[in-house]
Ligand binder design. Structure first.
Ligand code: 1CP
Length: 341
């Protein structure tokens, strides 16, 4: 049996339109909240293979998506580089910051610290339905650097933006560390069973200047993609340069990714079609429409299908939000299953 998600990523027409959702595991699911309460600390969940496997599989059992995304977090890479990481209740992540050249030079990637992630992938793989693709991931260097420089998102990454414009060499050296670590991390994920990879650049939209976008987003992503493909030529890679609208075309052409995930503000009938002529796209449904559900959501799904056809990966423009009713996710998957050859 072929896997619809891999078919689209390989430029083929799938039997049905593949669907999975960013943050498809998480707080909107009661079974997640139950395990989360037991684990106490979010980091424990990510680093305990038995739990991370269970959480990855929860949405697959309920909804039967075509993609199962590894349950982990993009901040595990800076943790493996030596920065302390904490997730406080109701506050989100808090990461130890780099402040100067010395604190950057001290960073050294300890692959052993993320070994549980690889074990999780190995455990998930044999438990997936035949049509479901196992997706590994990492954060893109720019987005992860934002957290390494500012510690959290509370200040809209003012410091990281300041480094990008005033101290670009310092930012280059953080990004260099992340490129090396992320390429190794992704290769290991493929060796442990990941069949496709996604690079999350959630804060790519913060960089508007074209030269800075090339330097801090395109070039580091291109290097990771080429290093992973040097080891694993056939593994497809999805890029997600969130809200980087004016750079989408450059990103999809120049990074070497096999597909690009797009947010809900992109107009499919104009820009979406032009981009899809270059590489397949993923995403575009608004997370708010998934909260709303019903006919409004179905109309939006129909619109995506009408504009993009089957060679598209149904997904949201960003992650599932905690207030999403699980029944709406079931409706989304069921409705998308109607899009077939
Ligand atoms: O239960 C909880 O309280 C923790 C919430 C949570 C979850 C479910 C966090 C903390 N991370 C995750 C899992 C996660 N994070 C996944 C798992 C797979 C899936 O999609 O189901 C993935 C791929 C991520 C990636 C991630 N972490 C991103 C990129 C994608 C995005 O959402 O933009 C980012 C920016 C993070 C950092 C992070 N981790 C957690 C939170 C709440 C955040 C965002 C904090 C902020 O506002 O900056």
């Amino acid at each position: 049996m072929t896997k619809p998600l891999l078919d689209v990523l390989q430029g083929k027409t799938p039997e049905h339109m593949p669907v999975w959702l960013m943050r498809q595991a998480g707080r909107y699911l009661p079974e997640y909240r139950e395990l989360r309460a037991k684990a106490k600390n979010f980091l424990n969940l990510c680093l305990t293979p038995e739990w991370a496997t269970e959480i990855t599989l929860q949405p697959i059992r309920r909804f039967g998506m075509d993609g199962a995304i590894l349950f982990a977090d993009i901040l595990l890479v800076p943790m493996a580089l030596g920065l302390s990481l904490d997730f406080r209740e109701g506050e989100g992540p808090i990461l130890e910051c780099v402040t100067d050249q010395h604190s950057i030079e001290r960073l050294s990637y300890n692959n052993g610290l993320v070994h549980p992630v690889y074990e999780t992938l190995t455990r998930i793989k044999p438990q997936l339905p035949d049509h479901t693709t196992l997706i590994g991931f990492c954060g893109a260097p720019w987005t992860v650097a934002c957290y390494m420089i500012d510690g959290n998102s509370k200040n809209d990454f003012a410091q990281a933006k300041q480094w990008a414009s005033q101290q670009p060499e310092l930012l280059d050296s953080v990004i260099q560390k992340l490129v090396d670590a992320s390429a190794r991390y992704l290769c290991k994920q493929v060796e442990a069973g990941a069949e496709a990879l996604q690079i999350f650049d959630s804060w790519a939209g913060l960089i508007t200047d074209e030269a800075a976008f090339r330097r801090f987003v395109i070039e580091p992503t291109r290097t990771i993609v080429s290093r992973v493909k040097a080891q694993h030529p056939y593994v497809p890679i999805i890029g997600f340069p969130r809200e980087a609208w004016s750079h989408y075309k450059r990103y999809i052409r120049e990074t070497g990714v096999d597909a690009m995930s797009v947010d809900h503000a992109l107009s499919l009938s104009t820009d979406g079609k032009q981009l899809q002529a270059i590489k397949p796209l993923q995403g575009n449904l608004s997370p708010d429409l998934l909260v709303q559900g019903g006919e409004a959501m179905k109309r939006s799904l129909d619109h995506i299908y009408e504009q993009m056809g089957l060679r598209h990966i149904m997904n949201l423009g960003h992650g599932v939000v905690p207030q999403t009713p699980p029944e709406h996710v079931a409706d989304l998957v069921k409705h998308t299953r109607g899009f077939k050859a």
